[in-house]
Design a protein around this ligand. Structure first.
Ligand code: SF4
Ligand code: SF4
Length: 195
């Protein structure tokens, strides 16, 4: 993927988002960034990203919400923490990436049909519904939402897995789902109060 080069305009800035970024875990120091580029230089995935970590941090702190949440960069980040270790201003780049991923899922602002955020969202939804993850159903749900053609292309493999007994058809579930949901609702409510 080529690194995007583009001119940004003041009118595209979202000051509320810029403020939000400084409030996420690790984002407190984002305004101290000196654009040295150490994070981009140490990032093993930078060459595949649409915005390098340095650019993404800059765009996030300036409030270019649409570009940041819609970027591939946050999903290509493998959380290796190399950027965080090398940052001379002790900016927690990796933790900011995590926060941006969560926000992109909440706002459904991630690149359409890109499998990684869809997988993350479906994984969380399955845990909420069942308390367990059934890989076969997870894969089907992700491909239904990203690429039906790829799902069809995997039918041969699916059949093989099914006949070798390695594909569960009945979704696994914990016994007391209600208790789990109450727990998750409490965490959500606590998060909202804390925000
Ligand atoms: S290494 Fe730190 S200070 Fe340098 S550009 Fe990256 S975030 Fe900014
Ligand atoms: S944590 Fe993410 S952004 Fe930072 S160096 Fe690793 S892959 Fe790159």
């Amino acid at each position: 993927m080529a690194v995007k080069k583009m001119i940004k305009y003041e009118v595209e800035r979202d000051s509320e988002f810029a403020q939000w970024v400084t409030g996420v875990i690790g984002g407190e120091r984002i305004r101290n960034c000196i654009h040295c580029g150490n994070c981009s230089a140490s990032c093993p995935l930078a060459r595949y990203m649409d915005f390098t970590p340095r650019r993404l941090m800059h765009m996030a702190r300036e409030g270019f919400k649409r570009d940041v949440l819609g970027s591939f960069t946050i999903w290509l980040c493998t959380s290796c923490y190399s950027c965080t270790v090398d940052c001379p201003r002790k900016i927690q780049v990796t933790d900011i990436m995590y926060a941006l991923k969560r926000r992109a899922i909440e706002d459904r602002a991630f690149p359409k049909r890109f499998p990684i955020p869809v997988l993350a969202g479906e994984f969380a939804a399955m845990i909420r519904r069942k308390g367990r993850v059934t890989e076969s159903w997870l894969v089907v749900r992700v491909f239904l939402k990203t690429s039906i053609l790829r799902l069809l292309g995997m039918s041969k493999l699916g059949t093989k897995l099914f006949f070798s007994g390695r594909m569960e058809l009945i979704p696994a579930s914990i016994r007391d789902r209600k208790q789990l949901q109450t727990l998750l609702d409490t965490v959500e409510a606590h998060k909202e109060v804390a925000a």
